[in-house]
Design a protein around this ligand. Structure first.
Ligand SMILES: Nc1ncnc2c1ncn2[C@@H]1O[C@H](COP(=O)(O)OP(=O)(O)OP(=O)(O)O)[C@@H](O)[C@H]1O
Ligand SMILES: [Mg+2]
Length: 439
């Protein structure tokens, strides 16, 4: 038997075979790996030809197909349509910044509202209020914000007209014509739509700065839409000074009356509180004759500010000239007696919106989540809203009320005495001249 050690030749051949086999396996593995990597790597150039010799793309066409770019609508410039495309049906109202009328588009018969911008010839250039109204309305597309359709020009190169969707009523005129106030469920529907629109503005860094019932429109399907963006503006970077003369007097927050120039969206929340109260009472609740009177009405409804409830109040520019009652501690707070039919949740919401300290006012989101909207009666569905007789074909004749403030310096307050502000409160809280007696 041949010895294993002695058979050198055979062993050598066997070893060589194994070595070759190993090398071949290694080579195959490497090749596979390279092929996999090749497949994963993106092609440097898109292959345009199918590989078929007859399917050769000519050079120019190849370049054409490479030039196909994605297109985005970047808007375009074009001339405005002329006012003659519309015929006026009737005038609605002359406001501080424009004349509003109901009109029909000649070609489609669609009824719209036209707002002709009042030009201020004492100032140079196009009015800033109209510029802001146009630019903000173009951005603020929301179901509860009036739709700006287009801008028209007239024969006079200065003429500028806003075309908006037409709504049958504004809340102020409507309330003046109603014999009864809105029902609790209707107030909730209106408030919810209003707060929805204002919340949308605040989320988009816009303050309205002139919320009031005459700027809130209502159609005959119970849909509310916010209008008049002449005072609106984008929220500036923190602490940048703003004009203090904003918001119509009866809806103006106390911090503005006290001369602050660094305010925020809380001024709109105060106005919402005034509108909520007005929907309940069927008339504006803080009808001040001037800034001092307005502040005095606010304090007698909401109570007096103190360093504890509103730290920093005394540092506001106009606060130094106010003389307050000596004993603050026993001064009454929010006057609930003004709203006898409002539930505890409703009073809580109204009271928080009318907080003197702006930081205590709720945000729109907080208002919408308040228990007032969850308790009975629930908000009435818009489709179930009553239709009110339309005043569309008539000129609206409103009771006199203040307009939006004109641009300029705000008047300061000088030495105002609020020490006897609650003198009439006790009589008011007792009710209409009778008291219940125990039998
Ligand atoms: N789209 C519309 N549809 C129906 N009526 C409208 C419309 N827009 C405005 N109005 C009516 O015209 C009135 C004045 O409009 P707007 O508030 O926009 O003008 P303004 O000049 O800024 O007014 P003001 O200074 O009094 O607030 C509104 O109170 C409302 O009654
Ligand atoms: Mg207005």
């Amino acid at each position: 038997m041949a010895s294993r050690w002695a058979n050198d030749e055979v062993d050598k051949a066997e070893e060589l075979r194994r070595k070759r086999e190993k090398e071949e396996k290694k080579r195959l593995k490497l090749q596979k790996q390279q092929e996999a990597e090749e497949a994963a790597r993106p092609a440097k150039r898109r292959r345009l030809s199918t590989g078929d010799e007859n399917d050769q793309v000519p050079q120019t066409q190849e370049q054409e197909s490479e030039r196909k770019l994605l297109r985005f609508d970047g808007g375009s410039w074009g001339p405005c349509r002329h006012t003659s495309n519309f015929e006026t049906l009737n005038h609605i109202e002359e406001g501080s910044y424009g004349w509003v009328s109901r009109a029909r588009e000649v070609s489609t018969s669609e009824v719209v509202a036209l707002k002709k911008v009042k030009m201020d010839y004492n100032q140079d250039g196009f009015p800033i209020t109209a510029l802001r109204e146009i630019s903000i309305l173009q951005k603020a597309r929301h179901i509860n914000i009036v739709d700006l359709k287009e801008i028209l020009s007239g024969d006079d190169p200065q003429e500028c007209v806003l075309v908006m969707e037409f709504l049958e009523h504004d809340l102020k005129t409507l309330q003046e014509d109603m014999s009864e106030p809105f029902m609790a469920s209707e107030v909730k529907t209106l408030l919810r739509q209003l707060v929805g629109a204002v919340g949308f503005l605040h989320d988009n860094y816009i303050m309205h700065r002139d919320l009031k019932t005459s700027n809130i429109l209502l159609n005959n399907r119970g849909q509310l839409k916010l209008a008049d963006f002449g005072m609106a503006r984008y929220i500036p970077p923190s602490n940048a000074p703003l004009t203090q003369l904003v918001v119509t007097l009866w809806y103006r927050a106390p911090e503005l009356l006290l001369g602050t120039t660094t305010y925020g969206t809380e001024v709109d929340m105060w106005s919402i509180g005034c509108i909520f109260a007005e929907l309940l009472a069927k008339e504006p609740v803080l009808q001040g004759k001037n800034e001092v009177d307005e502040l005095s009405l606010i304090f007698s409804l909401c109570g007096l500010p103190s360093e504890k409830s509103w730290p920093g109040f005394y540092r506001l520019p106009n606060a130094k000239s106010l003389k307050m009652p000596r004993d603050h501690r026993n001064a009454p707070g929010f006057n609930r007696a003004k709203f006898p039919f409002l539930t505890a949740a409703g009073v809580d919401l109204l009271f928080s919106l009318l907080s003197l300290n702006p930081e205590h006012r709720p945000t729109s989101k907080e208002v919408l989540g308040h228990s007032y909207f969850k308790e009975q009666p629930k908000p009435k569905p818009s489709e179930m809203f009553p239709t009110f007789p339309s005043k569309a074909g008539q000129e609206r004749r409103r009771k006199k009320s203040p307009h939006a403030p004109k641009r300029g310096e705000a008047p300061g307050l000088k030495n105002v005495d609020f020490s006897s502000i609650f003198a009439t409160r006790e009589a008011e809280e007792k009710g209409a001249g009778f008291q219940l007696k125990m039998a």
